[in-house]
Ligand binder design. Structure first.
Ligand SMILES: Nc1nc2c(ncn2[C@@H]2O[C@H](COP(=O)(O)OP(=O)(O)OP(=O)(O)O)[C@@H](O)[C@H]2O)c(=O)[nH]1
Ligand SMILES: [Mg+2]
Length: 258
């Protein structure tokens, strides 16, 4: 089903894979990637950028491919239908780095990369979340989206007993540790990010939330209200999936009803 796969990095595995789902981002792609790649080169470590595109109709892939000759760290893959979760999941599977940083093209927060990777290299955490709601964070997105994030977190708390402070957005992890969790995720689109974080908590991985300062490079791309029905549907799927997992993991009933 994949339409194109391009890889120009050498045979050696980079230390860090930065996975970025992109959808209709032609307008900001070159500027954002250039800033990110120059920043990462200045850090001095080995890295690749995995652009996970699906369904764009604005020439996003052509812009990315035009950058590849001057950005040997860039890899691009593309599928036909828009799906944030499917793109992120596939990007994580394709990542070659020891560590994976999940980014967004309208963010590019190198300060988060530095702080998260320091914790991962020091083996202080398995999964680091860039939290938009915990003390020390600064979120200058429109009030409606800040409110949506807080309401969504409340739903996750009430439904799954979620103890963290954020699930959507920036995250970083040691790839080998998280791969089984990513493989177990069942929900796509936006809620994939929550599926991943909730499963990591439930698997008792060490999940560390770090505050981030969120400043987006462009206005929201998808209307918030239009996202609600799909998010609700995907959350319902996640409830069922987690319930079934709990049921399958429960010890057999030994009450002896022979
Ligand atoms: N591949 C892929 N990437 C997507 C899709 N939707 C969003 N993205 C990318 O995911 C990242 C975050 O998307 P945003 O639209 O900024 O989403 P957000 O900030 O979480 O939420 P809003 O800005 O409120 O819509 C960006 O890099 C987008 O290009 C999609 O359907 N497919
Ligand atoms: Mg955004």
């Amino acid at each position: 089903m994949g339409t194109s796969v391009k890889a120009t990095h050498g045979a050696e595995r980079p230390e860090v894979s930065v996975v970025i789902p992109v959808y209709n981002e032609a307008r900001i792609l070159e500027e954002s990637l250039t800033e990110l790649v120059e920043g990462l080169r200045a850090e001095g470590g080995s890295f690749e950028i995995v652009l996970a595109e699906n369904g764009s109709r604005d020439g996003t892939v052509a812009v990315a491919e035009a950058l590849m000759p001057t950005m040997p760290e860039l890899r691009v893959f593309s599928y036909p239908h828009p799906n944030y979760g499917a793109a992120l999941r596939e990007g994580i599977f394709r990542a070659a780095g020891t560590f994976v940083v999940c980014e967004e093209i309208d963010i590019g927060d190198l300060d988060f990369h530095r702080r998260a990777l320091a914790r991962l290299r020091g083996d202080e955490a398995d999964l680091v979340i860039g939290s938009k709601t915990m003390p020390g964070s600064a979120d200058v997105r429109p009030w409606s989206r800040r409110l949506a994030t807080r309401c969504y977190n409340r739903v996750l708390r009430a439904t799954f007993g979620f103890k963290g402070t954020d699930t959507h957005g920036l995250k970083a992890f040691r790839r080998a540790t998280l791969l089984p969790i990513v493989a177990a995720c069942t929900v796509e689109h936006d809620v994939f990010a929550s599926d991943l974080v909730i499963r990591a908590h439930r698997a008792r991985l060490r999940v560390l939330d770090l505050p981030v300062h969120i400043r987006e490079k462009r206005a929201p791309s998808v209307d918030l209200v239009r996202r609600v029905p799909r998010v609700a549907r995907n959350l319902a799927q996640l409830v069922v999936s987690v319930h079934l997992q709990d049921r399958d993991a429960a010890p057999p009933d030994d009450t002896g009803t022979a």
